[in-house]
Design a protein around this ligand. Structure first.
Ligand SMILES: Cc1ncc(COP(=O)(O)O)c(C=O)c1O
Length: 444
């Protein structure tokens, strides 16, 4: 192993005793399970002492957030300001993942006898994390799968209508397109403002679009194009009064927002915990409200689909990579150690600062609302006379900041999208703003 790799790993495994560190290199194998446990314990100890010391520290930057960001392992100073597709795993999640994958190397018997027994504890943890019952939690592979489970599993007849917003992700559109083609249901698109001015503007638009044939409203909770946080509570109340079901695509929601299924009130909620929660790719969550479970058929069937009287009937998928699920539980533990409310506040504080400063730059149009009730950690905007791609490339080259282009020109939504997660600092946001100001000064 060359020197660079050793120093990188040293950084990864800070907190590991010298003996374990040496053992790791000598054996050329993964760390011992007890060493991984010790590593995780030291991470949580440091978070607990930070919580005690800086409990009042609500500033967007400072010792607390600096120290916390050390539990992420970005390479070469990468500044990750895009949590779309996938975000990073913090150290304890990675350690737990390795620990459980290692079992298949040393004792495959335990992969099917011991590890699955830990799955119910993860389901219970997830339920507490989003204020639901464990009987309402389906462990899926991703949001797309969750959206398909719902679209596929509901009995809809030819001519029944499903309302979508004009800014849905392909993973939220195509399950319905398939159903449209196969069963003759109708998809109706409801336009969204860029940004909408108020909660009532959004809810009223959907209310007007409801007809006697409307059965489902299927919308993004976290709109990937504009950064809108959909007012699910108000929408669900309106829809339920009219006997319409609500499915929320919250691909970005878990880990970004302090979620409460009971309060939000929708019937189905699909999310991908590897974007903002820090879970490994390949594990997702679908919430199915107890009262509507009877209406939903499982899409995948093996033993149990007709026996379970709860959400477990939707996940009889055969052998799964349970290590992913256990690591998902660790991701929940990590965020709980910091505090869900604190995380949402930090994310929104950074996004609020970014939006305030962007508005001062000539030619900038915010596609995301300034209102923290209908916005979160995704900020989208465009700049008159500056190509979004140019911004993305420039800040990557100059500062190693990752942001992305989003939307499309024809729809008028083309722009730049920035994620402000807990490991991003005010300094990083200022670097991004400096890059944007530079390009604005040079625009023709
Ligand atoms: C709003 C939205 N829905 C669905 C998806 C698809 O997510 P996944 O690939 O994790 O299923 C994404 C991906 O970023 C998204 O932003």
């Amino acid at each position: 192993m060359d020197k660079i790799k050793q120093s990188e790993l040293k950084d990864h495994f800070k907190g590991l005793s010298r003996r374990d560190f040496v053992k790791y290199f000598l054996a050329g194998s993964a760390l011992s399970i007890s060493a991984l446990n010790r590593l995780n314990a030291s991470v949580y100890q440091s978070i607990t002492s930070l919580n005690q010391k800086y409990i009042e520290d609500e500033a967007p930057d400072g010792v607390y957030w600096d120290a916390l960001s050390k539990h992420f392992l970005f390479k070469d100073g990468l500044i990750m300001m895009n949590n779309g597709t996938v975000g990073p795993m913090p150290k304890p999640v990675f350690n737990t993942l390795i620990k459980h994958f290692k079992v298949q190397v040393t004792n495959p018997f335990d992969v099917y006898n011991f590890i699955p027994s830990k799955k119910e504890a993860v389901r219970a943890k997830l339920a507490r994390f989003i204020n639901a019952s464990p009987d309402e939690i389906v462990i899926t592979r991703n949001t797309t799968e969750g959206m398909n489970f719902v679209a596929n599993g509901l009995d809809l007849k030819k001519g029944d209508e499903v309302l979508l917003s004009s800014m849905e992700h392909p993973g939220g559109i195509h399950p319905w397109k398939l159903k449209e083609k196969r069963y003759g249901i109708k998809i109706k698109n409801v336009p969204l403002g860029l940004p909408p001015k108020s909660v009532s503007e959004i809810v009223d638009a959907f209310e007007k679009a409801i007809s006697p044939r409307t059965k489902v409203i299927s919308i993004s909770h976290t709109v990937y194009i504009s950064g809108l946080i959909f007012p699910l509570k108000e929408l669900s109340e309106m829809a339920h009064e009219r006997g319409v079901l609500v499915l929320a695509d919250s691909a970005h929601g878990i880990g970004m927002l302090d979620l409460n299924m009971k309060k939000l009130g929708m019937d189905f909620f699909a999310t991908s915990p590897y974007k903002w929660l820090g879970a490994p790719t390949g594990v997702g969550v679908l919430y199915v409200r107890k009262e509507v479970q009877e209406k939903l058929w499982p899409t995948i069937a093996s033993g149990g689909w007709d026996r379970y009287e709860n959400a477990r009937k939707f996940e009889t998928l055969g052998q799964r990579a349970d290590a992913l699920t256990i690591a998902l539980g660790e991701a929940v533990d990590f965020q709980n150690a910091v505090g869900r409310e604190r995380i949402e506040r930090r994310i929104k504080t950074l996004a609020g600062y970014l939006k305030k400063e962007l508005e001062k730059i000539s030619g900038v149009k915010l596609h995301t609302s300034r209102d923290p009730y209908i916005s979160g950690g995704l900020t989208a905007f465009s700049i008159k006379g500056v190509e979004p791609r140019k911004v993305v490339n420039y800040v990557r080259e100059k500062y190693n900041i990752v942001v992305r282009t989003i939307g499309n020109k024809k729809a008028g939504t083309y722009g730049i999208r920035v994620s402000t997660h807990i490991y991003v600092s005010l300094k990083h946001v200022n670097m991004l703003l400096e890059g944007i100001r530079h390009l604005v000064r040079r625009r023709s």
